[in-house]
Write a protein that binds this ligand. Sequence first.
Ligand code: BTN
Length: 272
Amino acid sequence: MVTQIEDKSNAMGKNNSMEAILGELSETRFNKIKHIPETVSTNSDLVLKASELSDGFILVSDHQTGGRGRLGRHWEAPPFKNLLFSVLLHPNWEMERHQLVTPALALSTVEVLEDFGLRASIKWPNDVMVETEGDKKIAGILSEYIQQENPVLVVGMGLNNRWPQQEDLAPPNSTSLIACGIEKDRWEVLIEILKNFEKRLVEISSEEGSATFRQSYISKSSTIGSQVKVEKSDGDIEGDAIDVREDGSLVVENKNGTTLIIEGDVIHLRKV
Ligand code: BTN
């Protein structure tokens, strides 16, 4: 299903037609893109349609009225400013590797930001950060697994393109491409991310590729090698973040031993 784009705000950029975008993505699984002006949440839309949609379906929206973040939080973005999209995937890899999809999108994004000339990294688990007067969050990812006869993954990303700027009221420690001096069309950013994502998805679909992927992820992690405080629902823990396992868990070491972290918020205290 392909929806013709009508971008009254011109936020899509003058030279982008859906044909041109799909042409750029012709060597990837992402050959169905739907663009809608507004929805509650692109993730929720794809979760609801999970049994009907084919692998690689993309939903892009100019605005979400109830964008969802990790740990039940809201994801904010004013209309037309940022890149808001979700991807539906029919995993062709073993179940143990489902959790690699989110880091795969994070890494794909970091690589694109680096190509734009930014210093980017991944803060565990999947926050995409850029270095600009300290590390600031520029993108977040929310992945959902739908267990059904043919399991489906929905991976959604919000990437701050034109909001926030310095003067805007926004979540603390957040930034945008424009605030970092990078002026880009949302669709151009999406295309580059998806091209990289395709490569990373191929990588994680084999055991050998997953090992390579893990090394690449670690090389872009700002969490590993930092002293961290992890805020978890059952209590905080402080220690040195020393590794990320193949299942995506963070290994934190302190005088009491080693703890595997599977969920929580990480605060970087200092480099070790
Ligand atoms: C986070 O960092 O907490 C994750 C944020 C994920 C936000 C994106 S925006 C597009 C997609 N739709 C949603 O409702 N959430 C994700």
